[in-house]
Design a protein around this ligand. Structure first.
Ligand code: SF4
Length: 322
């Protein structure tokens, strides 16, 4: 039986600006398997968030538009669904937890009112029943004194509590897929560990399929089953997390791993990949990583590398593996 719940094929999402066409997502491919945590990984500007927004039909148009590709979910191609169909799928089937809890929450509504509103928007429930469900969800997120927190406004909560309230809200309709966009970026290490625990539990208890967006390979090592490494709007390496961390094949993946802090050594500075991510409206010819790649060859600046299948679960786009 095919266990794929979501399949993204040859997705291209471009932004048509006065300064030119920005190819934010340019031929991205991956499958999300039921019950797994698939991490989308890369530096900022590599196309991770635009991929997530494309899945949810949340690309601002104009200037953005899905120009090609399919997003297959439950017999539908989300890239071609009407705004009405996408509204029904968002929240009910696929939900997202945004990176910035502060800006994702409405500052003038209490946490309780926001979750209850979200539940009533999607489920035929009376107010009291929806309130009961909101408290159960907050409880599940490990929030203490739930009744009191229901009456708080977002500014009265700490960063970690806001993030948990946001996760509770995203779960209000029992989505099949949860997309988490850098949910651990704006919190300290203790809260980060607690939030990762929540996602691990959601996966284990609810058999939820998670698409976890992060730039941090340490987070990937903790939570992911498989990872898609993205660069310049493309998927450049896809493999189980154990292979990505233990045997990275793509020079960009290897560079990201080298940037991980080694706690056994005392280094003055963290390593970083030389150079910067390319401007999506002026992508280098050939392999977009070639100006930064330590293994660059003549062909790399001429031709885009084709996708090479290394094993059933490991694919890579790099001329080194022809
Ligand atoms: Fe480096 Fe060439 Fe591979 Fe690109 S294709 S990652 S430049 S070796």
């Amino acid at each position: 039986m095919d266990n794929t719940i979501l399949k993204v094929s040859h997705l291209k999402t471009y932004f048509f600006t006065r300064r030119g066409v920005v190819k934010a997502v340019d031929d991205v491919n991956f499958e999300l398997i039921r019950g797994e945590c698939l991490c989308l990984v890369g530096e900022s500007g590599c196309g991770k968030t635009v991929t997530a927004l494309s899945i949810l039909g949340l690309i601002d148009s104009p200037p953005g538009r899905i120009v090609d590709g399919q997003i297959s979910y439950n017999g539908l191609d989300l890239a071609k669904c009407s705004p009405k169909q996408l509204r029904q799928i968002r929240g009910n089937d696929i939900a997202i937890v945004f990176q910035e809890a502060q800006s994702a929450l409405n500052p003038v509504l209490t946490i309780g009112d926001q979750i209850v509103e979200q539940i009533k928007l999607h489920l035929p429930m009376e107010h009291s029943e929806a309130r009961e469900r909101a408290m159960t969800l907050l409880n599940e997120m490990g929030i203490p004194s739930v009744e009191r927190v229901m009456s708080y406004y977002p500014h009265q909560l700490s960063g970690g509590m806001k993030q948990r309230a946001l996760i509770a809200m995203s779960l209000s309709c029992d989505p099949k897929i949860l997309i988490a966009d850098e949910p651990t970026t704006a919190v300290d290490v203790t809260i980060k560990a607690q939030i990762l625990d929540i996602f691990r539990e959601l996966k284990a208890k609810r058999q939820m399929s998670l698409l976890f967006i992060t730039h941090d390979l340490a987070v990937v090592a903790e939570i992911g089953d498989r990872a898609v490494i993205m660069y310049g709007g493309k998927d450049v390496e896809t493999a189980p997390v154990s292979e990505i961390i233990g045997e990275p094949k793509h020079p960009y993946t290897a560079g990201l791993i080298e940037c991980l802090p080694d706690l056994s050594k005392t280094a003055d500075r963290l390593a970083s990949i030389p150079g910067t991510t390319p401007n999506p409206s002026e992508m280098p010819q050939g392999c977009a990583f070639h100006p930064r790649c330590p293994k660059v060859m003549g062909i790399c600046s001429q031709h885009e590398p084709p996708e090479i299948v290394i094993s059933r679960e490991h694919r890579i786009s790099c001329h080194l593996y022809k």
